[in-house]
Design a protein. Structure first.
Length: 145
């Protein structure tokens, strides 16, 4: 009786072990996550989500009178101190999402309004006097335009 019980237990163990021994890694019979799954599937997906969701933080930038801030597409600008005017292109101006208008070339930049640059085509602002702006996104500071 004991021999049969031991034999049944050993056979059961061998049967169960064989199923997992020949299972395809990462397959339905082997749900363990493999290194190749992490490197080829999981990490690119996570990296893409992080890049899409993690915008840069606002940077406080001091701009001297007469200088211009030229922004790339998607950059956000908030004028905090001073006076500045919009640099627009033939394709359009800069979106003032606070008031829902498109600011055209030469328009005064309203203080504390969120501006978004839609394209990387030379749009930005020119400081009329020393200004402080908050900028999120890629930009460069040049001599006035």
């Amino acid at each position: 009786m004991k021999k049969r019980l031991v034999l049944l237990l050993v056979l059961g163990f061998v049967f169960v072990s064989t199923k997992y021994l020949f299972a395809t890694p990462g397959g339905e019979d082997d749900p363990v996550i493999t290194l190749s799954y992490i490197e080829q599937i999981l990490m690119p997906s996570i990296t893409k989500q992080i890049e899409q969701s993690s915008a840069t933080i606002f940077e406080v930038v001091e701009v001297a009178a007469g200088k211009s801030v030229i922004c790339e597409a998607g950059a956000e600008i908030i004028l905090r101190k001073g006076a500045a005017s919009v640099i627009a292109t033939q394709k359009g101006g800069i979106a003032n999402v606070t008031s829902g208008v498109d600011l055209q070339n030469g328009a005064n930049v309203p203080a504390n309004s969120l501006l978004i640059v839609p394209l990387s085509d030379g749009r930005g602002i020119t400081a009329a006097d020393d200004v402080i702006v908050m900028i999120k996104g890629k930009y460069g500071i040049t001599e006035g335009l």
